[in-house]
Design a protein around this ligand. Sequence first.
Ligand SMILES: C[C@H](O)[C@H](O)[C@H]1CNC2=NC(N)=NC(=O)C2=N1
Length: 94
Amino acid sequence: MKTLSEKDIQERIAKLDYWDYEEGYLVTSLDFKDFADAFAMMTRIAFEAQAQNHHPEWSNVYNNLTIRLNTHDADGITEKDFALANKIEEIIKG
Ligand SMILES: C[C@H](O)[C@H](O)[C@H]1CNC2=NC(N)=NC(=O)C2=N1
């Protein structure tokens, strides 16, 4: 799959509330009420990632969830990353 240019990435990021572009990754850092809420959200995101066959790099510390997306198969950011980023944003906004 084709990687997106820096300009395309910035244009798409501007339409999202929770995502930034840093060091070749779409990134977000989300704080929830507590660990249970964070892990519940991770479970929902995990099912979506599996459905899209596109998987996040992520880490969780108590109520924080940090997510990094890129397409290692393509060595960059592709539409697949934005498809998952959009869906994660939808899930979080409920
Ligand atoms: C073989 C399999 O389709 C690939 O490894 C997929 C799976 N999930 C993936 N997830 C992410 N984030 N990037 C990929 O390049 C990727 N590739």
